[in-house]
Structure formats: C-alpha cells, structure tokens
Design a protein around this ligand. Structure first.
Ligand SMILES: Cc1cc2nc3c(=O)[nH]c(=O)nc-3n(C[C@H](O)[C@H](O)[C@H](O)COP(=O)(O)OP(=O)(O)OC[C@H]3O[C@@H](n4cnc5c(N)ncnc54)[C@H](O)[C@@H]3O)c2cc1C
Length: 475
C-alpha cells in the first residue's frame, strides 16, 4: 500500500478550519445563502466547536495514536487498539455530551473500515485506500448522505420518468457526472467532504444509482439546503442548542463532476448492496454510535440529577425512582459497549473489531431508551422547564434579578445557576433542538421497527445454545 505524502496530523488547526470555511461552499439556511459560517450567529457555535475538536488532536489529547494519526481514522491490530479507539470515541462524545450525533469520528471510522477491506471496491480499491490516507493525514471532517428523497422511495418515478434520487448521468475522461438529491446530511454545512453511498437495497435495474464517492462540500454544482438553525435563541437561553446545533441539509447535485480518483463504486449494484457485509463497516460505525449513545444518556442523567438536587426534588421517593430508571439506561448502554469491546476479535479482513451483536442491540434499544430518558428528565425537571430565570435576569440591573436570585436559589446553587440548569433541560425536552435529538436517535438506524427484525436475524445467526430444558420439547 502506498504511504501518504500529506502532512502528518496535527498540522491542521482549528484556526485554519475556520478560515477554510470560506471556500465558496453553497449553503442555504432558511432559504438564503450563508455568507460566513464561521461568524454567522446561527452557525458560529458549531463551527467553533469543530475548530476546538481539531485542536484537541494534540499528542497528549487521547484522540491520536502513537503515529500521530486520529484514532477514529486508525485500523486496530489488537483488542487493546480497539478499546483505545473506543476511548477516543468517548472523549469526543464527552466534548458535546453526546449531543453531536454526527461528530466527524463517525464517518471517519466508516471510511477506515472501507480501507481495511478495500478489495470490496474492486477496480476502485486503490481510490478508497488513497482517499483514506488523504483524509487521515489531513484529519478531514467528513459526513455522509445515504437516504433518497421520499418521493423516489415511496412513489416511484414521476410520469415523465424522471427520478429525483442521485444518479450518474454520464462519464467523461475526468470522472462521473452525477445529478439529483441525497438526504439528509447532518453536519454537512460544516464538513470538509461529503461521502455518498446507498442506504436502501437497489434493484438490479438501478445501476445509475449504484454510487459511492466523496467530494468536497465546496464542489461546483453542489448545493446544501439546510433546515433552519435551532441555535437562534438569545445567547444563553438555549445553552445546548446554541453550541451543538450540527444542522441537517438536503444535498443537491446539479451535474456535479466526481473525479475518477474519488469514485469508489460506479454502476455495480452488487457491490453497492453488499457494502456493509462486504467491508464489515457496521462494527466500526456502531462502536462509535454505541459509545456516543452511552455518553448522551449520561448527560441526560447528570442534568436530571442536578435539576433534582437543586430543587430538592431528589428527596422525593418518586423522583429517586425516576433517577434510578435513568441510571439503568446509562448502565444498559455502557454495559453493551463493554460487552462488545470484550468480544473483540479479528474480522474476515484481518482487522480487529468489536463484537457486533451488543452494538446492534445498543442501537436498537437506544431508539426507545433515549426518548424515555428525555421523558424522565421532563418529569423530574417538571414545571421548572417553563418557569425559570432567563439570561436577562443575570444582569444585576434587570427588574427580576433579585427576585429570581431569591426565589430560585436551590441546594448548592444560586437562583441564576439553577436557571441555567433548567434552560439546558428545556433545550433537551421542550424545543425543536431537543425534539430533533429524539427524532435523531429514533431514526439513527433507519425506521426502528425495520431494524428490530434485522437485529433478530443478526442475533439468531450467531446463536447455538443447547438447552436441557427446551431440547426435549421439540425433539
Ligand atoms: C435528525 C435526523 C438526522 C439524519 N441524519 C442523516 C444523515 O446524516 N445522513 C443520512 O443519509 N440520513 C440522515 N437521516 C435520515 C434517516 O436515515 C432517515 O430519516 C431514516 O432512514 C428513515 O427514513 P425516513 O425518515 O424517510 O422515513 P421512512 O423510511 O419513510 O419511514 C417512515 C416511517 O414508516 C415506518 N416504516 C418505514 N419502513 C418500515 C419498515 N420496513 N418496517 C416497519 N415500519 C417502517 C416507520 O414508522 C418509519 O418511522 C437523518 C434523519 C433525521 C430525522
């Protein structure tokens, strides 16, 4: 395998990332182009977070390996290296309390899986290896778009035969020209590159949609139509939304040229449909997401416990019971990560990976556990979610300052700090930021009902148990 000539990781700084956001990318937010993502009040919080994340990749930060490369971009050659990668996922998740669903380590680890099993890509295998080396050396912030617009999935082609889903329309000496839409790419307005591959199984006839490739977000012809930002509450009134709104966008490709060296699958339905088993990528992706789900549950628990303590509610038996259920959610998700990491073994491509079944169980259960955790937080914080000091009350000159300080002072916190806790709890339970977080976890692995059936197949396939109790019953 050729070695990378790109500069070693660490040379990329948060500052250079912020400057690089002005690269001509076409991002529409609430129907209008965003002039400067690094300084727009709706996007600057997330841009600054990502810049800090890049700066965290320093030699002693626990996010890079001995070779200086990010652990999210590293293949594991032992069980300990898998666990080391898991600890890096946890460190990254803790920086946002797990609230950044598509932190860049997710697609980094997917690409790494592809590189470890690059033969799956046949004639494009070297492209995958070279792109992984490039992305790893530059610590690229990647995201992906894999779903098709609903019309194509549920209604079929239009009367004129046009499809809306992204497809290849021609090839040139320079690459593949693609047209259509992919949805919906979380984080894409802030990412360096966008990775495209299919989510649903393709029919044999859909060769033009059998595509896997990567392009910079700032590619000519590519436009991102983002949903409105949820970060627009007055600073401090949405303390979590203001920092962790990663945005979601539809990606429109208006005859975009994908250069040949960034093409990974083209026209090969079998390789597209077998991308997951053919590369073992789910074990990598689910390891990251299971760690993040556990950290996110911890965040909800910690916030609920702080709100309960501040209000004295932690002395009520019912609230203690609710906190116990929340703690059980944390332990369930943590236990599944431990179980998966304990079962680490080499996969069929020779790389060490976690055991998949506990990771899949985590993803399946989290679709229900996260909404339940938020419901418990709502029950615990209760009326405080609507009635609490706002940021304006922190100004000593404001009319409500003294009143709020007095009436909301709680156990170990003054009234204004209590307000900050409740505003964070309201972010997770009451507003669009919070309900989007619930939707994100519900749909993380696609429709949860569909995933339950897939999980059963995975569980049952690896199971052969002799039962002295049952064996006599069915012969
Ligand atoms: C906040 C958020 C962020 C996202 N980020 C990304 C991203 O970064 N990249 C990306 O590519 N995609 C992303 N997605 C898209 C996500 O993958 C899809 O939402 C998901 O696959 C479900 O597709 P859908 O929403 O179109 O629902 P549909 O597939 O239309 O399903 C709608 C409902 O129908 C039912 N249903 C559908 N199929 C079945 C089935 N087989 N069995 C039983 N019931 C079924 C379920 O109740 C389901 O909820 C994101 C979605 C959300 C909400």
């Amino acid at each position: 395998m050729a070695t990378s000539t790109a500069p070693p990781n660490g040379s990329r700084t948060g500052k250079s990332y912020m400057v690089g956001l002005a690269d001509g990318r076409r991002v529409y937010l609430a129907g209008r182009p965003v002039a400067d993502l690094a300084h727009d009040p709706r996007t600057e919080g997330m841009a600054a977070f990502l810049a800090d994340l890049l700066d965290e990749h320093r030699p002693d930060g626990g996010l890079t390996g001995e070779d200086g490369h990010p652990l999210a971009y590293s293949l594991a050659h032992s069980a300990e290296e898998v666990r080391e990668r898991g600890r890096a996922f946890a460190r990254i998740a803790r920086l946002s309390g797990g609230l950044m669903g598509r932190s860049p380590d997710f697609v980094a680890t997917v690409l790494t899986a592809w590189a470890g099993a690059a033969d799956h890509f046949g004639p494009y295998a070297d492209n995958v290896r070279a792109y992984w080396q490039h992305a790893r050396a530059a610590n690229l912030l990647l995201t992906h778009a894999i779903s098709d617009p609903p019309a194509d999935r549920h209604l079929g082609p239009r009367a004129d035969g046009e499809v809306q889903a992204l497809r290849a329309i021609r090839t040139t000496d320079d690459g593949v020209v693609v047209r259509g839409a992919k949805m919906l790419a979380t984080l894409s307005p802030f990412a360096d590159d966008l990775v495209i591959y299919p989510f649903r199984p393709l029919d044999e006839s859909e060769t033009d949609q059998a595509l896997c490739f990567a392009v910079p977000v700032a590619t000519p012809g590519l436009t991102l139509y983002s949903r409105p930002s949820y970060a627009s509450a007055p600073a401090g009134d949405g303390p979590l939304a203001g920092r962790f709104d990663e945005l979601d966008a539809i990606c429109h490709f208006d005859d975009v040229l994908v250069p040949w060296d960034r093409v990974f699958i083209h026209g090969d339905v079998a390789r597209a449909n077998n991308l997951r088993p053919g590369t073992g990528m789910t074990s990598y992706a689910w390891h990251q997401s299971a760690v993040r789900a556990w950290v996110k549950a911890e965040t909800v628990y910690d916030l609920a416990a702080r709100c309960a303590r501040a209000a004295g509610r932690d002395r009520q038996p019912l609230v203690r019971q609710q906190l116990g259920e929340l703690a059980g959610i944390v332990e369930t998700l943590r236990g599944l990560v431990v179980s998966a990491e304990t079962g680490t073994r080499p996969d069929e491509f020779g790389q060490y990976v976690c055991e998949s079944v506990p990771l899949a169980a985590s993803g399946m259960l989290n679709a229900r556990l996260y909404p339940r955790a938020v419901e418990l937080l709502q029950a615990i914080a209760s009326s405080g979610l609507v009635m609490h000091p706002v940021t304006a009350d922190e100004d000593p000159e404001s009319a409500g300052h003294t009143f709020m300080q007095t009436y909301f002072a709680g156990a170990g916190v003054d009234g204004l700090a209590h307000g900050r806790l409740l505003r964070a709890a309201a972010d997770l339970t009451m507003n669009r930021f919070g309900t989007r977080q619930v939707l994100y976890e519900r749909l993380f692995l696609g429709p949860p009902e569909a995933f339950q059936a897939k999980f059963h197949d995975l569980f049952a396939a690896g199971r052969s148990v002799d039962s002295p109790v049952l064996d006599g019953l069915d012969g």
